[in-house]
Write a protein that binds this ligand. Structure first.
Ligand SMILES: *Cc1c(COP(=O)(O)O)cnc(C)c1O
Length: 384
């Protein structure tokens, strides 16, 4: 079976976990701080702006809280977003307002975001489709011009850069996912970035019961009743821990080589699929951008896309599509017309993409894809 996504875990990760056990402390501690510092270096931001949390989804909910979103507020996001972004907004009482995307990059264009802004828009939640930065710098500028906060759901973009700047650092708040299928995995986990120092401080206590620093063991020598609770805001419990942070440190050190292999796989697909009738390749990356290569996708005639996916599955090649448009999801049915997103959702197929793919795996995917597309569209003009 050739998986569509797959992590690479080995003895290094196992040894890092074993050393956490030797320390006899599993919770949020030393390893967590090390991971936050190393991730800050990777991004080019100070560790005080970062917090290791339990998932990117927790980060999206934190973002809605930190921006004090609520009833009467609108939040613009591409309809091709992961559902947890809309859930976080809707849970706050604010309204997700969807926008269309470029049909080939599946990222929103500046004009798509601009058209969806309303007088009630408080924030834009932007993602980087499959690790492709998209028009992030221009959208960040639009948000600044309109006085609207920008949240970057950088779940797919752990190593993506635009014009040399790390994706996730263009806006006010961002989060990365280290879920088991992502490019950097910790089991469950995520990193939160908060640009504003005071807001970053607030994020720390909202993520831990609303408890301010200064209670507990650390304050035992300065307070007579160190067990009392200094809680002024309802909080959650969404911190990461030293076991997952230790895995994250090892995975972060391996990130450059894993990304390099993913780039080779993407280049091999580009080469092998170039000019294949009925198969459209993803758009090339702008000159100064870097991609995390989380997804590699092709676009096919919508009339045959699902059958081609089934043919590949019959040949033990697993493919998929992310993210089905939210305006068609029952909880978010909002009407509105998003023709480019709808076309993309019917034509796009994500091919296997991970660092463990061999050259012959890639060859096999391309050969099987070619046979299927040729057979399925027999007699038809290539309509793509
Ligand atoms: C995976 C993903 C998430 C969710 O990440 P978790 O860490 O599983 O909560 C959110 N947004 C996007 C774009 C994703 O790809």
């Amino acid at each position: 079976m050739i998986n569509v996504f797959q992590p690479s875990l080995g003895v290094d990760e196992a040894e890092a976990v074993a050393s956490v056990f030797t320390s006899n402390w599993l919770g949020h501690g030393q390893r967590t701080q090390e991971f936050e510092s190393a991730f800050g270096e990777h991004l080019g931001v100070g560790a005080e702006h970062l917090m290791f949390i339990s998932s990117a989804t927790a980060g999206l909910f934190l973002a809605a809280r930190l921006l004090d979103l609520g009833p009467g507020d609108d939040v613009v996001m591409p309809t091709i977003s992961f559902v947890s972004a809309a859930n976080a907004v809707a849970d706050s009482g604010a309204r997700p307002v969807f926008c269309d995307v470029d049909p080939h990059s599946l990222n929103p264009r500046v004009a798509d975001v601009e058209q969806a802004l309303t007088p009630r828009t408080r924030a834009v939640f932007l993602l980087h489709y499959g690790g492709h930065p998209g028009e992030v710098a221009a959208i960040a500028q639009l948000c600044r011009d309109r006085g609207v906060s920008l949240v970057e759901d950088a779940a797919c973009a752990v190593a993506s850069r635009s014009g040399g700047q790390a994706c996730g650092t263009f806006g006010d708040i961002a989060m990365w996912s280290f879920d088991s299928m992502k490019t950097l995995v910790t089991g469950d986990g995520g990193m939160l970035y908060v640009r504003d120092a005071a807001m970053a401080e607030r994020a720390r206590y909202v993520a831990y019961h609303g408890l301010r620093r200064g209670s507990g063991f650390s304050s035992a020598r300065v307070s007579g009743r160190w067990w009392e609770l200094d809680v002024t805001e309802f909080g959650w419990r969404v911190l990461g821990n030293d076991v997952t942070a230790a895995i994250g440190c090892v995975q972060l050190a391996k990130l450059p080589s894993n990304i390099a292999r993913r780039r080779e796989v993407a280049q091999a697909y580009d080469r092998l699929l170039d000019g294949m009738a009925g198969v459209r390749l993803p758009p090339p990356l702008p000159e100064r951008d870097e991609n995390s290569h989380y997804f590699y996708w092709v676009q096919l005639d919508p009339a045959i896309r699902d059958q081609v996916a089934a043919d590949l599955l019959d040949n033990d090649i697993y493919t998929t599509f992310r993210y089905p448009p939210l305006h068609k999801v029952p909880a978010y049915q909002s009407g509105g017309e998003f023709p480019d997103a709808e076309w993309a959702a019917e034509s796009t197929l994500l091919l296997p993409m991970h660092q463990a793919l061999t050259d012959s795996d890639v060859q096999q995917v391309c050969t099987t894809l070619s046979t299927s597309v040729t057979g399925r569209q027999a007699g038809d003009e290539a309509r793509i």
